[in-house]
Write a protein that binds this ligand. Structure first.
Ligand SMILES: Cc1cc2nc3c(=O)[nH]c(=O)nc-3n(C[C@H](O)[C@H](O)[C@H](O)COP(=O)(O)OP(=O)(O)OC[C@H]3O[C@@H](n4cnc5c(N)ncnc54)[C@H](O)[C@@H]3O)c2cc1C
Length: 458
């Protein structure tokens, strides 16, 4: 069946929610990345799991590629439909289906955004902690990329917070994984398999999530350092003594300068800076903060500046979440590549100071920012608008990843593989492990229609 006939067949149940509109195809031709865009043949805005089942059965029968789409905020070319086909947009599946205060969990449709969920939970005393830097991303997309964010050091990533899934398989069958219990030893853990599968194994339509109690006391602080080494060694010491920080983020002197200018932050110098947040009882927060401050002072920290009022805390963390946009504002006309690497915490100084040397040698501007409590850091490499700009930026990215791998780390702490990180997977996992990953893909998606061209190089 030619693609035009498949589109006509899908219109029978989707009507004009199956569209070939040029602007909508263009919008779905790329994510937040520098990979070349590719147009899908059509975009399907599904509203129910049943519609996803019917559409997948049709695409499976006709061998038509399908790219699941949440909000398109992923950073490694994940949503580029490299072989055309149908982009399956889940943003209209956006109902919070159930919230249990007693069990501290909820069930949502895949298109619910992180921001929407927390607004919904506001009066329950509960919150969902996983917070990628953009609040418009969907819980389905976050599950599919195994996303994390600033709170992961305390509350975990999507890996720890997804309890179960409803998944439409590539041939249209429906399965449910996991459940509502806090632990289970019954069978393979398919939930963990689909979390991080980047739309290559099936379409997630519903997610069961773990929720957390809103802490009684919250306090944020910044601490500046004369050197990047002092800032990073403070983080390592804080993690090694086990202070349960809720957030601990590093911004080097280039990134903080960008944030000061973009977010109008006051009282901060252009020096390596740590942003902290402490959660707990008032006494617990005070104790954690004083232990952390003592360690920072021992590493020549310049003292804590506190943000305790909600408005001041919000301004600080909004500035952290806007770090990418602050970088882009720093260099008008440049694009940005957000790199992502993670190492064991004890090796973080070597990884970050090494990255800094690579950046200086490259002659490019690349602020460093990161969820350092997890050993995870990013650089935003500013791509100069010159013919060799992108090649120079990718070369720098490769060096940073190579060092992380040599230190026993991973090529991605949270952004995922997509297209951009495919070349590193074999080096990180080994050929035999990649063979097992391919066997899983082959078993679940034998026709190779689910988000082709991602995770695997060929
Ligand atoms: C400014 C900025 C800051 C960011 N900060 C962070 C950060 O701190 N931490 C972090 O982890 N990420 C971060 N990201 C990356 C991004 O927000 C995450 O990868 C997010 O999880 C993507 O969600 P999405 O809904 O936009 O998914 P999309 O981009 O639409 O899709 C991502 C991948 O998931 C698949 N997918 C989407 N929905 C489904 C579904 N329902 N079923 C199956 N597969 C699906 C897609 O096919 C694709 O492979 C940031 C991005 C930006 C732009």
């Amino acid at each position: 069946m030619p693609i035009e006939s498949l589109i006509a067949a899908a219109r029978d149940f989707l009507g004009d929610r199956l569209t070939t509109n040029a602007a909508l195809r263009d919008h779905h031709s790329h994510g937040q990345d520098t990979q070349p865009p590719v147009l899908p043949d059509a975009v399907a805005f599904i509203e129910t799991t049943e519609e996803a089942c019917k559409l997948m059965a049709l695409c499976h029968a006709e061998h038509v590629p399908v790219v699941p789409w949440g909000a398109g905020t992923s950073l490694e070319g994940h949503v580029t439909p490299v072989r055309g086909g149908i982009t399956l947009d889940l943003s209209r599946m956006n109902r919070v289906l159930d919230v249990s205060q007693a069990d501290m969990d909820c069930r949502v449709e895949a298109g619910v955004t992180q921001e929407q969920l927390n607004a919904h939970l506001r009066d329950t005393g509960l919150f969902f902690p996983v917070d990628p830097g953009t609040s418009v991303c969907t819980i389905g997309g976050m599950s599919a990329t195994r996303a994390s964010g600033t709170n992961a050091v305390r509350y975990g990533t999507m890996r720890e917070n997804v309890m179960g899934l409803t998944v439409v398989m590539p041939d249209g069958r429906l399965i449910r994984t996991g459940g509502r219990v806090r632990k289970s030893a019954s069978g393979y853990d398919l939930t963990r398999l689909f979390v991080g599968s980047e739309g290559t194994l099936g379409v997630i339509t519903e997610i069961q999530l773990r929720l957390h109690g809103i802490p009684e006391a919250v306090s944020s602080a910044t601490c500046q350092f004369k050197t990047l080494r002092d800032a990073v060694e403070t983080v390592i010491a804080i993690m090694q003594v086990g202070i349960p920080v809720a957030r601990i983020e590093l911004l080097d002197e280039v990134q903080i300068a960008a944030c000061i200018a973009y977010s109008k932050l006051e009282g901060l110098a252009e020096l390596p800076t740590l942003f902290f947040e402490f959660h707990g009882t008032p006494a617990g927060v005070a104790e954690q903060a004083s232990q952390a401050e003592e360690i920072a002072l021992g590493n020549d920290g310049l003292g804590f500046a506190w943000a305790t009022e909600p408005a001041a805390r919000h301004k600080l963390w909004q500035a952290r979440h806007d770090a990418l946009w602050a970088c882009l504002a720093l260099k008008p006309g440049h694009k940005g590549i957000a790199t992502d690497a993670i190492v064991p915490i004890s090796l973080l100084t070597e990884a970050i100071l090494g990255a800094k040397e690579d950046i200086l040698a490259s002659g490019l501007t690349a602020p460093i920012v990161g969820h350092v409590g997890d050993g995870n850091f990013h650089t935003v490499i500013m791509v100069p608008p010159e013919p060799d700009g992108l090649a120079r930026a990718w070369e720098l990215d490769k060096k940073i990843v190579a060092r992380a791998l040599a230190l026993g780390g991973s090529c991605s702490g949270e952004h995922g593989v997509g297209i951009g990180k495919r070349e590193f997977l074999e080096q990180e996992h080994g050929a035999d492990t990649m063979t097992v990953m391919r066997a899983v893909k082959q078993a679940l998606d034998p026709r190779g229609i689910m988000n082709p061209g991602k995770i695997f190089l060929n």
